[in-house]
Every structure is written in C-alpha cells, then in structure tokens.
Ligand binder design. Structure first.
Ligand SMILES: Cc1cc2nc3c(=O)[nH]c(=O)nc-3n(C[C@H](O)[C@H](O)[C@H](O)COP(=O)(O)OP(=O)(O)OC[C@H]3O[C@@H](n4cnc5c(N)ncnc54)[C@H](O)[C@@H]3O)c2cc1C
Length: 496
C-alpha cells in the first residue's frame, strides 16, 4: 500500500488530531538515543515513518494493528521516547509509529490492595506524584523517571535506582492489558499470585514492542517513609573490593534500596566533591524505621568484616545530596541535544550487563583491558569506567560508561566509537556466561547477539514471534535480528 493510501485509510480509523505527519516530528520519530548524535546533527540514515498516530483506547489500537497486519505495515510502539538501544529506530519504508500520548489516564489508585492501574502513556513521574500525596510510592525510580511512561517502562523490563528493595518492573507488574497484531485484546487479571500455568505477564514485559502493544498496566504500590531514609558512603580500594562488600550485604539477607560501587573514572563524573581519585561504595536504606535500623546494622557488619577494602568513610550528606540530583529531566535531554548540535560533544554512552558475583569483576577487568588495548581509538577516550547499581542474591550488574572526543563525521560516530566498544563488552560478557543486557532492552543494536544471548532457549523466543506476530509487523529488527543490521552497522549492501 502506498503512503497516500495508508494516510487516507487512517482517516477512517482516527480523527485528524490523532494523525501527525509533521516532517520535523517524523524525523525525530525515526530514531532514538542510540543515534542521538546523528539525530542532533541531522544526518540520520534511516527512513522516516509515514505518520505518528495517537489512539485513545485499546479498541483503537486493535483496529490500527489489524489494519497494519492486513497491509504489511511496520509498527513502532512509542511511549516516553527515552529508549537507548534503537527500539524506536525505523528500518522500514512503510511504518506507523503508534504513540501512547492519548492513553494518559490514571485509572485507579487502590491503597488498600496496594496497587495502581494506569494507561500505558502515563508518565511514571505523574503516577509517583499522585501516590506521594497519599503517602505511597511506586518504588520504581529509573533515572529517566521524569520522562519515561509506564508502557515503555514495562516494554523494556526497566529497573529503578531502588531496585534492591523494590525489584525491577517485572516484580511490580500485577496485571496488564495488551493488543496483538491480529487485533486481539488480552487482559491479564490482577491477583496477588497464581499457579495457572506459565506466567504470561512475562511474554509482554520486555517485549519491546516486537510482540504486542501494551495499553494498560497495574503495578504494586508501597508505603513511603522518607523520614527514615539513611545514606552510607565509603571510598574503597577498587571495584572488586566494593563488589565483595555489596555481596556480603546481599547474601546476609539485607535489602538496602540502593547498593552501588563506582570505578574511579565513573566516580569522577558523579562525586567530584569528595571521591579523591578513589572508587566509591554507597548504600541507601529506606522503609519502616525498624527495617532501616536492621539494614544499617547489616551494612556496618559487612563494612567491618571487609575493613581492609575501605579507605575512608564519606559524610552521608554527600550521598543524600547526590541522590536528590540524579534524575534526568526533559530539559537535560534537550540540553544534551543542543550541546551535540552546537559543540559536537555528548554525555557519552553506556552498556549494561549482568553476571554472578564471582564473574562480574572478571568481566569488568577483561572489558577495560580489551578496550584500552584493542579499540583503535582508545587514545580518544575521555572516560571509560563503570558502576554496579543493581544487586541480587546471586550476582549484580555492571553499567559500563564511556565517552570520547569525536574525530570523525557525525555519520560515522557510532560505527567508529560506541559500537566497537559495545561489541567488546557484549563479547566478553557472553564469553563469561553473563547477560549482555541488564535493563535497557536489546533494541536493534544488540539484536545481532540475541541468539548467542539465549542459546538453545532462542527457540522459545522465535516461537513467540511466529505465534503472535506471524506477519512480522511489530517493530521490525527489534530483539529479533534483521538483515538491516548489516546495512546500518556493517555498511554492507542489502536487498530492499
Ligand atoms: C537519561 C536516561 C536515563 C535512563 N535511566 C534508566 C534507568 O535508570 N533504568 C532503566 O531501566 N532504563 C533507563 N533508561 C532507559 C529508558 O528510560 C527505559 O528503557 C524506559 O523504560 C523507556 O521508556 P519510554 O517510556 O521512554 O519508552 P520508549 O523509549 O518510547 O520505548 C522503549 C521501547 O518500548 C517500546 N514500547 C513503548 N511503548 C510501548 C507500548 N505501549 N507497547 C509495547 N511496546 C512499547 C518501544 O517500541 C521501544 O522499543 C534511561 C534513559 C535515559 C535517556
């Protein structure tokens, strides 16, 4: 179907204020923060979608998806637009972006049953603000909280800064509603637990718009006790010795809301005032008073046990102050674009991975060594380091952070810098049995390794795609590898 015909048909499904063909908006809708520098420099190499559409009900989403399914139109679901891995990037000439803008209602806040139901386009910050008024919190606090929306947060299996206490989004989603390409609307009911077969929530959570469209989400909510918050900070010898202490706290059974270790280089970006050229270990405890006191004791015990790893104790005020300024607002995102456009520099890139306790320090050292010795432009790095920010009983994550001076054309920036570094991180992680992707999703730019990530279980992922999206209209190239990876990453000619 031609673009003009598609637009014509759309007017029979939606009203004119639900269809956007503004060229500037379509340009922005062609990519996400993976290509942030190319976006800012106006050198994007991907096609623009035909339109951005704004359904207001699950029924309208169903009609749109059926129409796309019958006519082979690629669909990119979109929420807060903070994606970092290419999940919003468009690789097809015939694409509609289905945005959650009008799915913006907080449907019900139910403090007695500790749950809240919202449409997919509700910004997390809005829900959090409403909950705070009645002394509750979602417990979900990704750095993108001021901008990201519930649909996107569920679709990417996001995680927040207080995850060690509250869990990732997968621990919070009680039930949801989603729409499949054939127009079927599924509602997964809200119960405290059930053993009614496999947990089908997990087919939807983390699908990155490659299987279905999320329209509504019910999440757990928690009582909020900010008056009890306690902060802890230490300068430590190195990353491995900080991870040893994180592990001790976790395996002893304590659940601080935050438990983090920063390399010296990453600490320099965050804790300039006090890091003194050292690695930083920090914790935060929150919740009822008795619980906070128990966690305080647990942290003190772990620190005492590994006292040789500690160089200095940090004033907790520094840690509290840092937390209060950690989240990124839309203004900061816009400022970064302005900086890229006008001065040719950006705030850097990240790749987040996970593994068990003994493997994380091994991967960290292997990656840093390989990047420094094998990456052709290692001399141009202005920053290379990382932090562990989400811990579990059996392991933790590593969030590699890197930046560089850009000495190539904007078109080549990703291929010259971010991708080769990301490749080393993914290769080392997979070689050591870790996961290449802790919380940002696979998007399009880690899809070349999806099969290696899942091994023999890739069979199950493939079957899901075949069952739910047999015509392949959902977010082409996301999670599931597509030919275009050769074109956009390896600059090879491909058909079509
Ligand atoms: C400054 C900054 C800080 C960040 N910090 C964190 C962090 O602390 N923790 C973390 O986990 N992530 C973080 N991220 C990454 C990002 O915020 C998350 O991936 C977030 O979950 C994306 O939500 P969104 O609403 O912006 O979704 P979008 O960016 O709009 O979409 C993300 C993906 O979900 C799909 N999608 C969107 N809506 C739907 C829907 N309704 N149905 C199906 N699929 C859909 C899209 O197609 C895309 O693949 C950060 C990003 C930035 C820019």
């Amino acid at each position: 179907m031609e673009a003009a015909q598609i637009l014509d048909q759309l007017t029979t499904i939606l009203s004119s204020d639900q269809i956007n063909t503004n060229p500037d908006d379509l340009y922005v809708a062609s990519a996400d923060r993976y290509k942030k520098y190319a976006v800012a420099k106006k050198v994007l190499d991907v096609p623009a979608p035909i339109a951005i559409v704004y359904p207001a009900t699950a029924r309208e989403v169903a009609t749109l998806l059926s129409f796309c399914n019958e006519n082979g139109i690629n669909v990119i679901p979109r929420a807060g637009m903070t994606a970092t891995e290419g999940g919003l990037e468009n690789w097809k000439e015939t694409t509609l972006v289905i945005d959650t803008l009008k799915l913006d209602k907080i449907i019900r806040i139910d403090p007695y049953n500790s749950q809240a139901t919202v449409q997919a386009g509700v910004p997390l910050q809005n829900l959090e603000d409403e909950l705070r008024k009645i002394g509750f919190t979602t417990g979900h606090s990704p750095q993108s909280k001021p901008v990201a929306k519930l649909g996107g947060l569920v679709a990417t299996r996001s995680i927040g800064q207080f995850s060690t206490l509250y869990g990732g989004i997968e621990d919070m989603v009680v039930g949801l509603e989603c729409v499949f390409p054939d127009g079927h609307i599924s509602r997964i009911k809200n119960v405290s637990r059930r053993a009614g077969g496999p947990d089908i929530r997990h087919v939807v959570i983390g699908n990155e718009g490659a299987l279905c469209y999320i329209t509504e989400v019910t999440v757990k909510i928690f009582r909020y006790y900010p008056e009890n918050n306690a902060y802890f900070g230490y300068l430590i010898k190195d990353v491995a010795s900080g991870i040893e202490i994180l592990r001790e706290v976790m395996v002893a059974g304590y659940r601080p809301s935050v438990a983090r270790v920063y390399s010296e280089e990453d600490a320099a970006q965050h804790f300039e005032d006090f890091y003194d050229g050292k690695c930083v270990l920090l914790f935060m405890a929150e919740g009822p008073k008795g619980m906070v006191e128990a966690i305080r004791e647990g942290i003190n015990e772990a620190v005492a046990r590994f006292k040789d790893n500690i160089l200095e104790t940090v004033d907790p005020k520094h840690i509290e102050n840092w937390f209060n300024h950690l989240n990124w607002s839309q203004k900061q995102i816009d400022d970064e674009y302005a900086e890229m456009r006008e001065h040719g520099s950006h705030a850097g890139y990240t790749t987040e991975i996970s593994a068990d306790w003994e493997t994380i320090p091994v991967i960290y050292d292997a990656v840093i060594r390989r990047v420094r010795t094998e990456f052709d432009r290692a001399d141009e790095l202005t920053m290379l380091g990382g932090h562990s920010s989400h811990s579990y009983i059996n392991g933790t994550n590593m969030y590699f952070v890197y930046n560089y001076t850009i000495n190539c054309t904007p078109e080549d920036e990703l291929l010259e810098y971010h991708h080769p570094i990301q490749k080393i991180i993914v290769e080392e992680t997979l070689a050591h049995g870790g996961s290449m992707c802790h919380h940002h999703g696979i998007g399009k730019y880690r899809s070349e390794w999806t099969e290696a990530e899942h091994g023999s279980a890739f069979y199950m992922l493939e079957k899901l795609k075949q069952a739910f999206d047999p015509n392949g209209i959902m977010n082409h190239g996301t999670i599931y590898p597509a030919d275009e990876i050769r074109k956009y990453i390896y600059r090879e000619e491909i058909d079509g």
